[in-house]
Design a protein around this ligand. Sequence first.
Ligand code: UD1
Ligand code: CA
Length: 471
Amino acid sequence: MRKLAVVVLAAGEGTRMKSNTPKVLHEIAGLPLIGHVLATAHSFDSDAVVIVLRHQKQQIETYVSSFYPRTLIATQDDIPGTGRAAQLAIAELPSDFDGDVLVLSGDVPLLDVNSISELIEIHREFGNTGTLLSTVLENPQGYGRIMRSRENFVGIIEQKDASEEQLEINEINAGVYIFDAIVLRKHLESLTVNNSQNEKYLTDVAGLMLTAGERVSAHPIQDKWLVAGVNDRAQLQEVAAELNSRIIRGWQLAGVSIKEPASTWIDVTVQLGKDVTLFPGTRLHGKTSIGQGSQIGPDTTLTDSKIGEGVLISRSQVEGSIIAAGATVGPFSYLRAGTELGADGKIGAFVETKNAQIGAGTKIPHLSYVGDAEIGEGSNIGAGTIFANYDGVNKHRTKIGNQVRTGSGNVFVAPVSIGDGAYTAAGSTIRRSVESGALALNPTPQKNIAGWVLDQRPGSKAALAASKDTE
Ligand code: UD1
Ligand code: CA
């Protein structure tokens, strides 16, 4: 078996993005562009994967070394261009490396393993020295053009160096190549910067190889999206939308109902069960997974959350949470990191939770804040309850047992705990722990001052209403 090294070019400045974030760290479907490319690069049985960096190197390197630590890093010097980048990548390989070098671009995120495998196969079957991918575009603006004489590939001309006539060519260079390493090394050394951008173009290698009598061919692929490059924000969004519609199609074919694909966004990292239904405006991010038969949305965003089977979530935002089977959430709730809702539990309308473990069958139906809490099974938290977890300096926990009934409008001043089966009265401020089975209440006696409105607010609408009532 011939050896293979994979090179990923990512040292460009990405000026057209006009961003402080490096181009290849901009995200589509939940991963940075470079994350998509490295996932593909590392799926081949290769001897090495080398990435070339220069601009904003530190930021990109941090991502690469935490997610793909086996990647070798080459640093591009002051000499610009994809040719120079490839040359420095190859310098990272053993000097006697004599296999093939696959070159990928860090800004071509949708290229898949299958298309690359085909490219490698064609390259080896034809006994080529170089083989590259092309595609035909209605609007080839910005890309290098594939020059052919009759049917034969004769070279690549960059947009900025092309004549009027060459600009008419619709077949473009995808920026994906495979070369014989030994021959590539030799030709990279003879590249010059004699072009309109004063760069060493990797694309010139193809022409140099042909002139030297080597076999080089260009292979058009039908699916143009696979080789779409991202150079500016408009292209970033187009590619993101295309990837999203492919992800959606994939889930539809796997048994997920998606009511409005155009307003539904699903990261590549998400997992969905059979018979899940996604209503309009649903966004699923990160390591979110959803069990069979759950119904999510409309207008719901789930991030890094694990949702069980048969769960209903509507018009809510859920982050870093675990929701067990049969539970319901929303409408209009905000579940923050560390929320765990047990089976058949309920977090109702206008409830915010954070770092709260809520037992099976427990309900928090209305208008509450539940932070830093542990609530047992089968309990009910009254409407409008606040778990006062912050004393201005430290956060404290509230512990509530099983089958507890708390009244409406309670404040639990943490740290405090409520025993199993206890009750608390409406309007209570609970500062001391309540033992099992007790009723806690701390009423301030109510005082009614007769005639106060007529005295203090004479002539007001209230006074008028009050005087009519007394008649
Ligand atoms: C390049 C090709 C063009 C092709 C297009 C496909 C060249 C000269 N042109 O053009 O024929 O149609 O890709 O998308 O190769 N990079 C480096 N070092 C550099 C410059 C670039 O590593 O000095 C990296 C970039 O980070 C990027 C990739 O190489 O990932 C392509 O560079 P870019 O400047 O985007 O080239 P294009 O103009 O798109
Ligand atoms: Ca590009």
